[in-house]
Design a protein around this ligand. Structure first.
Ligand SMILES: [Zn+2]
Length: 57
């Protein structure tokens, strides 16, 4: 089994759900309110929002 490549994250500011890449190379912002959802670490994202589930492509 390979790890799921995407995370479904709940925005801490607007509670919107957004699917993001699990290993981003740039910070990921909420598409609704612009809050930071995840920041790159060189590996798996450091999530600021709540991880709801993982998703495959
Ligand atoms: Zn938001």
């Amino acid at each position: 089994m390979t790890p799921a490549p995407f995370y479904v994250v709940k925005c801490p500011d607007c509670s919107g759900e957004q699917t993001i890449f699990s290993r981003p190379v740039t910070p990921v912002n909420c598409s609704v309110c612009g809050a930071t959802l995840a920041t790159p670490t060189g590996g798996k994202a450091a999530l600021r929002g709540e991880l709801l589930r993982t998703a495959s492509a």
